[in-house]
Design a protein around this ligand. Structure first.
Ligand code: AMP
Length: 559
């Protein structure tokens, strides 16, 4: 008897909004509405006395209880010092994100009458190891079996069907969300999706467009009432204007103008905002996204990617008509826009569905290899290593297709390889010929992972007793930069045997695994003494704090 595998859900854990999707029995990705019958849920958490409220009500509550509401928690993922204190209790970003995830799962369970256990969660391509690990931990605190953390642009490309085409293509994913802007180049082949380059501004998003409207409304209010006071100092007015601005912005995506009323200190002013004016006061923000896109394209050129075939628009803010217009003008390509605020969750669900099919294939093929089933992940690799024959794989795929009621190509497409790049550069501090300390990068950002890089450094003096290795992380794309460009993430000491000459080579090896986790080895080349360091994710919730978060979350019902 075979055990029915759990369905794998896809979750877009966004900065401003989140959503959950699954693949139905017809193989179609479907968004699951929340208890308020909305397809996206504001990523806002309200600590209401003894209960936790997530979503629309939490967003509205920010006005009355600003100190009890947490928004934009995604920006603090992987940040070591962030804790939100409520009633004397400390909450880490992972736990607050877990509440958002729980709300999505709880509402989905209610809707489908089925438990949500296995999930694929998305994160921005620029997220480093800490942020990814923090996202995984958030899923675990919410009680999920987190099957994989995948990149948002990759998920979007999957949802847009770019992978189903028989032709290889290079896609540019332009993602303008609520709080962030990312642009990513991905290379899509028949059996792999590879992130080539990623860039953007993590503090540029729809919220900035809202803020411009708010500032404009303040000016109009001042002009009409004659006041010079800063009406935004009143938290009620500030909250009110924020909500009205976002509403107005969305209306302007469909209409040429919209009325807005501004109330402050007992006075009420009615204004009319034209789309043209809105575009004018936000033009520089849009230009910034174009500049970032051009910068990323330059970086891609250095990796011999000098063209792209399609542009995919993702993120709610790409619904603003000026975005499409500006991109068309700049790149002479009509961007693909379809479900921009649902594509990521749907893509994650499709990816989860593929993982499920892949599991079934592995179950069937495990007996044909000498490996234990737990060690089989990548079927194409086993074919390449001749551990499996193409015929065996085809036969298994046909059996899974027959059993699950899917087509053979869809089962074959489940054997997909997702490749990533490192979002940070990694190196060590060394002394240059002028004896100044410099940062020498062994792995540059946007290098595909897994990767291994080796470099020799040299002892400074005769009979040196040890070498201090300072491992640095940075965002530069150059091999040698001033030390100040990097952040020290770990140090290691290699003790040396006696009587070594000066200038003895010390071989340093960096290995980054698929998830971008760094492993360093330093070895002196006389007696081969070595020191090894695995970079841990010290910034991610652990120990007592994790246990506490798990316990608090376990029986929690989100409102
Ligand atoms: P995301 O993080 O991708 O869910 O994007 C959320 C952002 O998209 C928020 O800033 C929303 O205000 C914005 N947004 C959603 N729908 C629209 C729309 N129709 N027109 C303009 N902006 C929108």
């Amino acid at each position: 008897m075979t055990q029915q595998a759990n369905r794998i859900f896809g979750i877009d854990l966004g900065t401003t909004y989140s959503s959950i999707a699954y693949v139905d029995e017809f193989g179609k990705a479907v968004i699951i509405p929340n208890a308020e019958n909305e397809r996206v849920t504001p990523s806002v958490v309200f600590f209401d006395e003894d209960s936790i409220v997530v979503g629309d009500v939490a967003k509205e509550s920010a006005k009355l209880y600003p100190n009890d509401v947490v928004s934009f928690i995604k920006r603090s993922m992987g940040e070591p010092n962030f804790v939100f204190v409520h009633n004397g209790e400390e909450y880490h970003p992972e736990e607050i994100s877990a509440y958002i995830l729980k709300k999505l799962a709880q509402d989905a369970e209610q809707y489908l009458g089925e438990k949500v256990t296995d999930v694929v969660i998305t994160c921005p391509a620029y997220f480093g190891i800490n942020e990814r690990e923090a996202t995984r931990k958030a899923g675990e605190i919410a009680g999920f079996n987190v099957r994989q953390i995948i990149n948002e642009p990759t998920a979007a490309a999957i949802a847009y069907g770019s992978l189903d085409s028989t032709q290889d293509s290079v896609a540019l994913v332009y993602d303008l969300g609520g709080g962030t802007f990312d642009v990513t180049m991905i290379d899509i082949r028949r059996d792999s999706v590879e992130v080539i380059c990623t860039g953007g501004d993590h503090h540029l998003g729809g919220k900035d467009w809202d803020d411009r409207i708010v500032a404009h409304l303040v000016e109009l209010f001042q002009a009409q009432t004659g006041t010079t006071a800063d009406i935004l100092e009143d938290p009620d007015t500030w909250q009110d204007l924020q909500l009205s601005a976002e509403k107005a912005k969305k209306i302007l995506s469909r209409r040429e103008r919209t009325p807005i009323s501004i109330t402050h200190g007992g006075e009420r002013v009615k204004v009319l905002l034209e789309r043209k004016k809105f575009e004018e006061i936000t033009e520089d923000l849009l230009e910034r996204t174009i500049e970032f896109t051009k910068g990323m394209l330059e970086e891609a050129k250095a990796k011999r990617y000098d063209h792209f075939d399609e542009i995919i628009l993702v993120g709610g803010s790409t619904r603003m008509p000026q975005v499409v217009k500006r991109i068309e003008k700049e790149f002479s390509v009509t961007p693909k826009i379809y479900d921009p605020d649902e594509a990521v969750a749907k893509g994650a669900a499709i990816y989860g569905w593929k993982l499920g099919l892949n599991d079934r294939l592995i179950q069937r093929l495990a007996g044909k290899t000498l490996r234990p089933i737990q060690q089989i992940e990548d079927i194409p690799e086993l074919i390449e290593n001749k551990e499996l024959s193409i015929e065996d794989v085809k036969k298994a795929a046909q059996q899974v297709a027959d059993e699950a009621g899917y087509t053979l190509p869809s089962v074959e497409s489940a054997m997909l390889r997702v490749k990533n790049v490192t979002s940070k550069s990694f190196g060590v501090v060394a002394h240059n010929p002028q004896n100044r300390p410099v940062l020498i990068n062994l792995v540059l950002r946007n290098t595909g992972v897994p990767v291994t890089a080796k470099k020799n450094f040299y002892t400074a003096v005769e009979n040196q007793s040890s070498v201090l290795i300072r491992i640095m992380e940075s965002e530069t794309s150059q091999v040698e930069v001033p030390v100040e460009y990097g952040v020290e993430i770990k140090t290691a000491v290699l003790n040396l045997p006696p009587n070594l000459p000066a200038d003895l080579p010390i071989e340093i090896t960096f290995t980054l695994n698929e998830e971008g986790r760094l492993h360093m080895t330093a070895m002196e080349t006389r007696e081969s003494r070595q020191v090894e360091v695995v970079l841990d994710t010290a910034c991610v919730i652990s120990g007592e704090a994790l246990e506490k978060a798990m316990a608090r979350s376990q029986n929690l019902v989100i409102h």
